[in-house]
Design a protein around this ligand. Structure first.
Ligand code: NAP
Length: 313
């Protein structure tokens, strides 16, 4: 059922604000949540803020991207983040370490980046090699430079309804919903996936937006029932086609965070797109949904971190 259908009782109401990006419908009828187009808008805003910062302080906002090892998927993400930074007028500091780097050396690098005045944001690409204690590395990042929003201080502040630097993918979901005028307040929202980097902060963001939130994980007894009553669904599991389209509540807003490569080499989400798009009101594509939004929100966080460090916000 489409977003505009009068017979779509479950559809989250559109807010009064006009959608900023011209809506395009999928063949199934749902409005496509065009992450690429919205990300371009966010990046243009970030570029303007970065230019203003540079003009005022004589240096660009700086983002250090740390990669340990050469996991191929991570290398693609890191390359994209560095390129996007440069395009937005953000200085990119590359730190590529071999996979067998001792944890003490990684911590020492983070310590130097924490102290470096030119560096406003520090991103440590995950996953780290198995021998490295990821928590101790992430905890060592100065929370004021934690542009991934993964530091316990930042996740704690989000949980206490006073967000500072917010995890990029969940923050991208919220921004996408705002851009398309999808109201979240009062809606029944289901998040499938409960990881520290997506599912949990996503639940906190939806709670902050005053949705009524259910979080599902491997301990969930009846996943289908939880998905079927969701007016807002966020899928973040990491299994291709894990959520059949038939489970989607008519008119629902579907945000598919999953990125999975099929045997044929294609990228697909966690939700079966075609059948879901025939029932949903709104749906994100994979690729072209939360992927570009995540990078855009990383850039937005970097400029925000730079501004906060100067006391501007
Ligand atoms: P993760 O750490 O592996 O977490 C997966 C979550 O799914 C866990 O909470 C797990 O439950 C749950 N789960 C697994 N099997 C399940 C099942 N049968 N029923 C219910 N829940 C189940 O993954 P992640 O890092 O959150 O990433 C999830 C997906 O999002 C991946 O495809 C990843 O590539 C993608 N991703 C995309 C972006 C982007 O920019 N678009 C950013 C980050 C991640 P338990 O907690 O019980 O184990």
């Amino acid at each position: 059922m489409s977003a505009s259908s009068a017979a779509a009782p479950a559809a989250p109401a559109a807010s009064a604000a006009p959608a900023a990006v011209a809506p395009v419908r999928t063949a199934g009828g749902a409005i496509l949540l065009d992450g690429k187009a919205v990300a371009a808008r966010v990046r243009a805003q970030v570029a303007a803020q970065a230019a203003a910062f540079s003009a005022r302080y004589g240096r660009k906002p700086g983002l250090a991207v740390v990669q340990v090892g050469n996991d191929p998927a991570s290398s693609v993400y890191v390359r994209n983040k560095r390129r996007a930074s440069l395009e937005a007028g953000i200085e990119s500091f590359a730190h590529d370490l071999p996979a067998d780097t001792a944890p003490a050396q990684i911590l020492a690098l983070i310590g130097r980046l924490n102290a470096d005045e030119r560096v406003d944001g520090i991103l440590v690409q995950l996953p780290l090699p198995v021998a490295t204690d990821t928590n101790s590395v992430m905890d060592s990042v100065d929370p004021a430079k934690d542009v991934d929003g993964f530091h316990p201080l930042n996740t704690g502040l989000l949980a206490q309804k006073r967000p500072r630097l917010r995890p990029c993918t969940p923050w991208g979901v919220i921004r996408l919903a705002q851009e398309y005028g999808i109201a979240l307040t009062g809606r029944t929202a289901t998040v499938v996936g409960a990881s520290n980097i997506v599912g949990r902060p996503m639940a906190q963001e939806l709670l902050l937006a005053r949705a009524t939130v259910t979080v599902c994980h491997t301990g969930t007894r009846d996943l289908r029932a939880e998905v079927e009553r969701a007016e807002v669904l966020v899928a973040a599991v990491g299994r291709a086609g894990f959520i059949p389209g038939e489970w989607i509540r008519p008119g629902a807003a579907v945000f598919d965070v999953g990125i999975n490569r099929t045997a044929a080499g294609n990228l697909v989400g966690d939700v079966v797109f075609d059948t879901a798009a025939a029932r949903a009101g709104w749906i994100t594509p994979v690729p072209g949904g939360l992927g570009p939004m995540t990078i855009a929100m990383l850039l937005a966080n970097t400029v925000e971190a730079a501004q906060r460090r100067k006391g501007l916000v």
